[in-house]
Design a protein around this ligand. Sequence first.
Ligand SMILES: [Zn+2]
Ligand SMILES: [Zn+2]
Length: 312
Amino acid sequence: MLCSKCQKAESAYHRAYSGEYLCKKCFMRSMEDKAAKTISKYSMIGYSDRVAVGVSGGKDSLSLLYVLKILFEQHPNNGNELIAITIDEGIKGYRDESLQIVKDFCAQLGVESRVLSYKFLFGVDMDEAMVLRPSEKKMSSCSMCGTFRRRAIDIAAETVDANVIATAHNMDDQLQTFMINLLAGDVERIGWIYPEPVQYASGMKKIKPFIEIYEYEIAFYALQREIPFQSEECPYMNESIRTDLREFFNRLEKDHPGIKHNAYNSMMKISKTLHSAPSTEGRKCSVCGRDSTGDVCSVCKNVRVLTSNKQI
Ligand SMILES: [Zn+2]
Ligand SMILES: [Zn+2]
């Protein structure tokens, strides 16, 4: 089968939802074009923006770094800069491997990289937190780690003087998040999904250039580009609903190609009508001084609970 785009090379990928057969080159270009289109559709990156990419060492974030590197090189006059930021949660055996992968890959790309650890920022790492977390309180490892990671990425981006934070959330991630919020009755959070870049008081913009791309296409892209990535899953992962939803959507997509696209478009319409930035009404955390919805922010609350257990 010949590539439906260039009609020259042998097809390497069948895009079931569009009916296209793509050769390796046309597939890779289609992915880069798609990301560029999403970026311009939502005005994600402007002239002279310094973009910090949250890089975990997985296929999505390393691919995002690679794609942004290519796009920035194609438009040198835009004056954009790229820097990789990696958060070391302190998970023995798991994080060490990915730190090395990120370090080597950034060196290969010629992209500056920076690592910041939970231990340094919060005085406690994930291995310790798993022991210290009180069993009677509902502290799921993923939600606790997510709270820490978002804060750590914010601080890391500020440290490297970036004004944009790019994360590699893909369409599947967004669909799962939507469904989780829907099933939990958390309608406000559905409004947060809409990708209009939220400019925070600090001037930091948060963007997700891969939200219109299927997860398995990113995986295929990483393989075609020979991007080395960590495939091992976090040993503390416990988000069973997310995993269930992931499999559910993939099963549907297999029998009904394009259904994820349709669901995504519906989700975006709903999210847009509910769209609002997380509101803090100018309130600051009394411990760390950052924007907070309550008197003490969720990061400081978690740290307080964990360290109080430490002293006993
Ligand atoms: Zn082709
Ligand atoms: Zn705080």
